[in-house]
Design a protein around this ligand. Structure first.
Ligand code: ATP
Ligand code: MG
Ligand code: MG
Length: 537
């Protein structure tokens, strides 16, 4: 399947924090790895036929790296500990594919929802919220079975550990990586000003009392590197495009926060996608923002909710995080104006114009202009008084709520109740989660309706290959004709029950428009495979 698009493909992965009081038969607490496997299995077990691949199928590791095989092995070993789980012998069953095109699996001993590929920041919000519902449904299934498990959409456990939310952006391979890394660093350092989820405590183990903008800043230790869990870099060099390698790179951003506030998620994805567009088309507009000490500056920016602290640039200037965010906004505005004047279609389409019909984007959120308007509005509010952005920017909302409690109680940021409220902010249970309650009460502005989110739990985005993946799961999964899937392939059974891999190297192919008519002609994969190119799996 071929088709190259100029629209930005993106996807968010979320590792959920997990706790439970559950004990095994010997009375010891279940390991997070096993608990996470139970959560993932519970979703498949509790959902309708066609919502997730049956547990005999799963993720196709064929294209993944030896590193990933090692992790699969680690997981297999843990699952094979039959003293804790008696009915599991295949790690693939804790690694499933959903009919919305997402992957729901166990990674680093956390349940992880990897959202399907979408082409706009608003769709990214919708499928990110759908992931919260997927996780909640799994918890409900466990609860019906008498098991109480809690999940948190955050990145720190309050005891020193941090786990990731990864953003993924499709970038042309032709953009030199050193340029990408160099020009991205200042924005990634400053972005928490508009995209941070907020955190109680300074330092990896919250050694110093205080409140900061970002969950991840204190865990950054390098500027550029391959790691995601040790010596974490600002720019991650992992090069697994899950797409035609000579055409594409998948930029893997590991420094961002999991976010519960729609506008925050939207701005995080929208602003970075547009900064990438400037790097691709007008890199000169971002020159001169190089930071003298990026890692240290990430902490300085994060540790200052007043937004007044400055960081040194390589050219000797001193700017605040908000200044840097605004300078990037101006660069995007300038690049957009120049590009539109010269008819550059990469800007006319970016991001998310002309999305499929299920993306009922209101005009105010559609495309480049929607992101720019929001970005400007939030920057101006933060300039006047950070508290003004409490309905849009998650760290501000958290800071306001916890700050009011702190004042009423007359305590410092080291009060343990504040640390507990910070964790509770991210609880996925709507009856407990503080962000969920603010959302429900209308104090956190929403960009997607409940109904759109519910639909996105089972229906894939229509304008990427996630559509083909998800529809195969929905249509052919229940009859056992889908062997597995990966980001760039779906493995189906032919008439002899042999596995055939259908490759979808281009993320914007396999769309409803492209393969909808083909799929509609078949009720079985055996005949469908006759119409699609495939290879032995
Ligand atoms: P890890 O979990 O170890 O970080 P990974 O980054 O490969 O591994 P997955 O959990 O498999 O992660 O998730 C990949 C994410 O990247 C998904 O959210 C998916 O939508 C997105 N994605 C897949 N292919 C592309 C692509 N070519 N460009 C942009 N995003 C992509
Ligand atoms: Mg992942
Ligand atoms: Mg990742």
């Amino acid at each position: 399947m071929e088709a190259v698009s100029v629209r930005r493909v993106m996807g968010i992965e979320t590792e959920f924090g997990i706790t439970s009081t559950q004990l095994d038969r010997r009375g010891t607490p279940l390991s997070p790895m096993l608990l996470s496997a139970q959560v993932v299995r519970a979703y498949a077990a509790g959902s309708a036929a066609g919502d997730a691949l049956p547990t005999s199928a799963g993720w196709d590791y064929a294209d993944e790296t030896p590193l990933r095989d090692a992790r699969g092995f680690e997981m297999a070993r843990a699952l094979a500990d039959r003293s804790q789980l008696t009915d599991v012998d295949d790690p693939a069953i804790a690694n499933t594919v959903l009919s919305n095109g997402a992957r729901f699996y166990v990674d680093h001993a956390h349940p992880e929802y990897s959202a399907p590929e979408v082409t706009s920041p608003l769709a990214a919000v919708r499928f990110d919220r759908a992931g919260e519902l997927v996780a909640l449904r799994a918890l409900e299934t466990l609860a019906a079975d008498g098991q109480e498990v809690r999940l948190y959409k955050n990145n720190v456990d309050g005891k020193g550990a941090s786990y990731g939310t990864h953003e993924n952006y499709l970038v042309p391979r032709s953009v030199p990586f050193d340029r990408l890394a160099r020009l991205l660093i200042p924005f990634l350092v400053a972005r928490p000003v508009i995209a941070g989820a907020g955190r109680v405590g300074l330092g990896q183990a919250s050694e110093t009392p205080g409140f900061q903008l970002s969950q991840r800043a204190d865990y950054l230790e390098a500027e550029v590197g391959l790691e995601t869990t040790l010596r974490r870099p600002i720019v991650n060099t992992r090069d697994e495009p899950h797409a035609t390698p000579h055409l594409h790179r998948r930029l893997h951003v590991i420094v961002g926060d999991a976010t519960m506030a729609d506008v925050t998620t939207y701005l995080a994805m929208g602003s970075l996608s547009l900064v990438l567009r400037v790097i691709e088309t007008h890199p000169e507009l971002l020159e001169g923002m190089t930071l003298a000490h990026p890692v240290r500056s990430a902490q300085v920016v994060s540790h200052d909710p007043s937004l007044r602290a400055t960081v040194p640039l390589a050219d000797g200037r001193e700017l605040t995080g908000l200044d840097l965010v605004e300078a990037h906004l101006q660069a995007v505005e300038q690049a957009r104006d120049q590009a539109l004047a010269s008819g550059d279609e990469r800007w006319a389409e970016e991001p998310g114009q002309g999305s499929a019909s299920t993306d009922t984007q209101t005009t105010s959120q559609a495309g480049t202009d929607g992101v720019l308007a929001r970005w400007r509005e939030v920057v101006d509010a933060l300039r006047r008084d950070p508290a003004e952005a409490a309905g849009q920017v998650e760290w501000v909302a958290k800071h306001s709520l916890l700050g009011r409690f702190r004042q009423r109680a007359g305590v410092g940021w080291d009060d343990p109740r504040l640390a507990a409220m910070d964790i509770q902010w991210h609880d996925l249970d709507p009856a407990r989660g503080l962000a969920q309650k603010l959302r429900a009460a209308g104090h956190l502005e929403r960009l997607v309706e409940d109904e759109q989110i519910t639909t996105a739990v089972t229906a894939p985005p229509e304008d990427t290959r996630a559509w083909f993946r998800g529809e195969c799961v929905r249509r052919f999964g229940p009859q056992g004709d889908v062997r597995g899937a990966s980001w760039d392939s779906v493995t189906l059974l032919d008439e002899r029950r042999h596995a055939r891999r259908v490759r979808i190297d281009e993320p914007t192919s396999g769309t409803r428009a492209q393969v909808g008519p083909v799929l509609a002609r078949h009720t079985h994969t055996a005949t469908l495979l006759g119409e699609l190119a495939s290879e032995d799996a």
